[in-house]
Design a protein around this ligand. Structure first.
Ligand SMILES: *[C@@H]1O[C@H](CO)[C@@H](O)[C@H](O)[C@H]1NC(C)=O
Ligand SMILES: *[C@@H]1O[C@H](CO)[C@@H](O)[C@H](O)[C@H]1NC(C)=O
Ligand SMILES: *[C@@H]1O[C@H](CO)[C@@H](O)[C@H](O)[C@H]1NC(C)=O
Ligand SMILES: *[C@@H]1O[C@H](CO)[C@@H](O)[C@H](O)[C@H]1NC(C)=O
Ligand SMILES: *[C@@H]1O[C@H](CO)[C@@H](O)[C@H](O)[C@H]1NC(C)=O
Length: 355
């Protein structure tokens, strides 16, 4: 990979971190060319009266502390401000990321940039390192909703920390809906092969994908599937699109209730997906639900395991989810084996560049 490519400036001046400092040095005329002694004296006495300092005295120092300024700025950056800044056409695409998952975030972002939807991506940072890293490279595109979950435990699947981390999701999504935006949530172990937005047809409240690996006919129903073995469906909480309707808000509220009603226990090693399925089950009569087509949004349990099916549905795949596998390195290897690990060779296509 040529180092020149990823050194190319990726950001326009509007998103340049230095634009956070009130003015650039070149905006200030040289004092000697402007002021004669009289006017300088007049100006100085005026400033003394007003109790302010000549701005250029403080400027060089201001430049050196600009990164501190931006760090405190991002610490106080709210979800409402962030959504207002990144939303396009009333829509945001969100993910929730902790530091170990930054390579997956970048991989996902490259695939979204290829579909030209990256400008509406908002990263919900689960730790301060992620918040500062993303905003340093791509100002305004990360927000942290405090308190930050425990970083040590948050990424161990099945742990209590992981549960705490994922149970924040419906709250963030509900808040974005309350602000009046459409929101698409994605896990970052996903890759977009095509633009998903044309598939979000009609005016339904909630759009989702099935996590069952069994092959469905191409013309399958878009209704909530019948419950499976455990009495509930296996809808994936990994990819959800919501319109800011009372129906979608009801599902998020139910999801939060279900998470509280069935708190984490060591025996169950729960994640937030069963609670999402119970929320869908209990609100199905009141909410307009829409199951997305399997050929476009297959579970990893199908895409990575059934070559015959992948051949049969060639050209129809839109978002690929690297699930039905655990372990960081195994996920990377599998993406690599299937030509979906883009960060090594295409980091320059990401709005974050090489991390
Ligand atoms: C904006 O949103 C509306 C309604 O959701 C949609 O019909 C339209 O295609 C969108 N326009 C663009 C440019 O994405
Ligand atoms: C998970 O959240 C509960 C309740 O807020 C808290 O008591 C617990 O310490 C958290 N555990 C971890 C590992 O983050
Ligand atoms: C799908 O197509 C098959 C065969 O053409 C038909 O029998 C079936 O009713 C269709 N299913 C749906 C849900 O439209
Ligand atoms: C909800 O779950 C119950 C218990 O498994 C089941 O009988 C019912 O059919 C489900 N309802 C819907 C709409 O899926
Ligand atoms: C794999 O896909 C083929 C073609 O769709 C299907 O007939 C077969 O049942 C699938 N195999 C498994 C194990 O699901």
């Amino acid at each position: 990979m040529s180092s020149l490519l990823h050194q190319r400036p990726l950001h326009n001046t509007l998103t340049n971190p230095s634009s956070l400092s009130p003015r650039s040095p070149s905006d200030f005329p040289k004092p000697s060319t402007i002021f004669n002694r009289t006017s300088l004296l007049l100006l100085l006495s005026l400033l003394v009266i007003l109790g302010v300092f000549v701005p250029w005295i403080g400027l060089p120092q201001g430049l050196f502390t600009s990164s501190r300024v931006s760090i405190s700025k991002w610490k106080d950056y709210t979800l409402a401000e962030a959504v207002a800044n990144v939303a396009k056409n009333g829509t945001v695409v969100v993910c929730a990321v902790s530091q170990p998952y930054l390579p997956f975030l970048n991989n996902w972002l490259i695939s979204i940039a290829r579909q030209k939807h990256h400008e509406k991506v908002l990263v919900i940072a689960e730790d301060y390192a992620t918040l500062f890293k993303v905003n340093e490279k791509w100002p305004g595109h990360a927000v942290l909703v405090p308190p930050a979950p425990d970083a040590q435990t948050a990424h161990k699947f099945g742990s209590q920390g992981f549960f705490n981390f994922t149970s924040r999701r419906p709250r963030h999504l509900l808040q974005i809906l309350e602000l009046g935006y459409n929101v698409m949530y994605n896990d970052v172990d996903m890759v977009w092969l095509a633009d998903p937005f044309p598939y979000l047809q009609g005016k339904h409240d909630v759009y989702f994908t099935d996590d069952m690996a069994a092959v469905k006919p191409l013309n399958h129903s878009h209704a909530l599937p019948p419950p499976g073995k455990k009495g509930r469906t296996y809808i994936c909480s990994c990819m959800i699109f919501l319109r800011p309707t009372s129906g979608a808000k009801l599902v998020m509220k139910k999801w939060i209730e279900e998470l509280q009603a069935q708190p984490w226990s060591k025996a169950k090693k729960a994640n937030d997906q069963p609670a999402f399925n119970w929320a869908l089950n209990k609100t199905a009569g009141q909410v307009d639900l829409y199951l997305l087509p399997q050929a476009a949004f297959p579970t990893g349990g199908l895409y990575f395991k059934n070559r015959t099916w992948v051949q049969e549905t060639k050209g129809m795949h839109v978002i690929i989810h690297n699930n039905y596998i655990t372990g960081f390195d195994k996920k990377i290897k599998r993406f690599h084996d299937f030509g979906l690990w883009l960060v090594d060779d295409h980091a320059h296509e990401s709005p974050l560049g090489r991390l």
